[in-house]
Write a protein that binds this ligand. Structure first.
Ligand code: PXL
Length: 274
């Protein structure tokens, strides 16, 4: 596969920002983002929103960062470092969502919103009462939103089971205001493929890849959104960035490894060998 251009030693790479929660088990969240960014050769800044207490078996709880501290982290890096693109993941509370949105209104930086609501074990990472803030304040500022099928159900009340319902969900998500909406098909009834559908208000684009049968897929959604963000920071269009990110996450799924007693992470470490 082709990779993003690598910076020469000593030159400043493309810069990205992740606004996300920390996963103490190192599988998902900010740790998955930072790993992805490092192996794609971009400089990653990080605004932490929450500290989760988790391992490969589940999330035991989390502690949220004060909203004004989240906003201050974003201000600090965007005013100094020059961010080419950013992504948000676990935002943990309505107050943090509102603070991120208020800050983002003053910026002109592409934002990928991965609307993380729960862990793969079903542990909540965002209270349902915060969904309004996500839909009303952050989605209209997003360049791209990337929900999985569980998040689609929570956000627009559509059960995606086939191509028709996937198209209806993409339209409903786009109506909430993002420039592009992606409905990830990784959890669709098995077809051997994993079809993701992108909609810009006019046209649909489909991104397919083989479905990789592994229980070690912790951090797959984070990795897709992070790789998309890195490609956007290099000036790719949204469809180009997703084409790249889909191939990247497929390779990361092929390289996923077992860890602990639960679900291991998808892994970009294959990049060290090619
Ligand atoms: O994969 C979604 C996700 C994002 N962020 C954090 C997480 C998880 C899933 O567990 O823990 C912090």
């Amino acid at each position: 596969m082709h990779f993003l251009p690598l910076p020469l030693p000593g030159t400043t790479p493309a810069r990205v920002l992740t606004i996300a929660g920390s996963d103490s088990g190192g599988g998902a969240g900010m740790q998955a983002d930072m790993r992805t960014f490092a192996l794609l050769g971009v400089h990653a800044c990080a605004a932490v929103t929450a500290v989760t207490v988790q391992n490969t078996v589940g999330v035991k709880g989390f502690h949220t960062i004060p909203p004004e501290t989240v906003a201050a982290q974003i201000d600090a890096v965007t005013s100094d470092i020059g961010i080419g693109a950013a992504k948000s993941g676990m935002l943990a509370s309505a107050e943090i969502i509102t603070a991120v949105a208020a800050t983002w209104r003053t910026l002109d930086v592409p934002l990928v919103v991965d609307p993380v609501c729960a862990s793969m074990h079903g542990d909540p990472l965002l209270p349902e009462s915060a969904l309004d803030a996500l839909r009303d304040t952050l989605f209209p500022l997003a360049t791209l939103v990337t929900p999985n099928l569980h998040e689609v159900r929570l956000l627009v009340g559509i059960d995606v089971v086939d191509g028709d319902s996937q198209r209806a969900a993409a339209k409903a998500l786009h109506a909430l205001g993002p420039r592009w909406a992606l409905v990830k098909g990784g959890h669709l009834p098995a077809s051997g493929q994993s079809p993701d559908l992108l909609y810009d208000g006019t046209e649909f684009h489909e991104f397919t890849g083989p479905r990789i049968a592994t229980g070690d897929d912790h951090g797959a959604g984070d990795t897709l959104a992070a790789a998309t963000t890195a490609a956007l920071a290099h000036g790719y269009s949204v469809p180009e960035a997703l084409t790249f990110a889909k191939r990247w996450v497929t390779e990361c799924l092929r390289s996923a490894y077992p860890l602990g007693h639960g679900h291991g992470p998808v892994s970009p470490l294959f990049r060290l060998w090619v």
